[in-house]
Design a protein around this ligand. Structure first.
Ligand SMILES: Nc1ncnc2c1ncn2[C@@H]1O[C@H](COP(=O)(O)OP(=O)(O)OP(=O)(O)O)[C@@H](O)[C@H]1O
Length: 321
């Protein structure tokens, strides 16, 4: 089990008047992507760094599955947890292949297993191994460096990934592409991911669950849809921009409002939309084609249907808050 559970976790840095993380309790379900969202200084990174024991809580406990992480040696723990940070953290004097091979080497894998894992991972993050294997980090763009950082974090096949503003320093267009990659990879790999962001659009786009933090505390932990439609406080409402409907339609994914396809559903020529597309895209497709409903697809398979009513239901919920 790769559930992460925080049990009344606090951390007060020495000499600080108030805790950076204050009595946080919550459970991250196995296989979910949870985005920690909040203003600068609210404790996001501090909470994240306690999971791989870069910081130790001053109170409370953190469990990985059923095990209190204090019972796991930090080095062993970090081999089980992938870690991606903003500035990729690649070793500049090592090639791409050597960087990705760091954890397999630590785990004592032989040369051929390590090499094939490196090629598999570079292919997974869309960097053709023949072209990129021998390059140094300085010979890559910022977005490519982050892809290598991601491949490196995935190398030991960890069940848990910690990602601390991994795309924070990347331009907006590359960033959207990398977010798409994360969604695609997550469908394929099903990791438990804790992802820190202070970008609302990124958070709403990626998260299965949003963890909203304010002054070291978790003030709401829910799906993006519920956070937008039922913000727990004025602070959350203002943070996520809960009264801008058009913006919300462009941020919420089709899958948040669709109805799952019935078991015997067969595609009948309806216009097709991807489950990761926005509700705004879906609305314009309905208006453009005049279709009664859209077939929602994932990798060519129909997984749901979406009608104007589904979209209207989601916006009327928003409007009523
Ligand atoms: N090593 C440290 N020693 C003392 N105080 C710290 C330390 N690291 C962080 N803090 C303080 O703890 C609080 C939370 O910091 P943290 O880095 O977790 O915030 P954050 O939400 O990740 O912010 P940002 O979005 O700016 O990265 C801040 O007030 C910060 O100044």
């Amino acid at each position: 089990m790769s559930t992460i559970r925080f049990d009344r976790v606090s951390l007060r840095f020495p000499g600080s008047p108030r805790p950076a993380v204050d009595r946080c309790s919550c459970e991250i379900e196995s296989g979910k992507l949870v985005v920690i969202l909040g203003h600068s200084g609210c404790g996001k990174t501090t909470l994240l760094k306690m999971v791989n024991r870069l910081y130790e809580p001053t109170e409370g406990k953190i469990y990985l599955g059923d095990t209190n992480i204090r019972q796991i040696k930090p080095t062993a723990l970090r081999q089980q947890i992938g870690y991606v940070i903003q500035q990729s953290g690649l070793f500049p004097h090592m090639t791409v292949a050597q960087n990705v091979g760091v954890v397999p080497k630590l785990l004592g894998w032989n040369r051929s297993r390590t090499q094939s894992r490196i090629d598999e991972l570079l292919t997974l993050v869309k960097l053709p191994p023949n072209e990129y294997r021998h390059r140094y980090p300085a010979q890559l763009s910022g977005g490519q460096q982050q892809r290598v950082g991601l491949a490196r974090a995935l190398a030991g096949d960890p069940k848990v990934m910690l990602m601390d503003e991994p795309f924070g320093a990347i331009d907006a267009i590359t960033r959207t592409g990398l977010q798409d990659e994360i969604l695609r990879l997550q469908r394929q790999l099903n990791k438990t991911i804790l992802f820190v962001s202070h970008d609302v659009e990124e958070a709403l786009r990626l998260a299965d669950r949003l963890m909203i933090m304010e002054n070291g505390q978790i003030v709401q932990y829910d799906t993006p849809f519920n956070v937008l439609t039922k913000p727990a406080s004025q602070f959350v409402h203002d943070l996520v921009g809960a009264d801008d409907m058009v913006r919300q339609l462009s941020l919420l994914r089709v899958e948040t409002a669709m109805m799952n396809a019935p078991e015997n559903y067969s595609h009948n020529g309806e216009p097709i939309i991807d489950r990761d597309d926005s509700l705004r895209d879906a609305l314009s497709l309905i208006l453009k084609t005049g279709a009664g409903r859209l077939a929602v697809q994932d990798n060519g398979a129909t997984v749901g249907v979406l009608t104007l009513e589904h979209i209207r239901d989601s916006t009327s919920l928003v409007a009523s808050t």
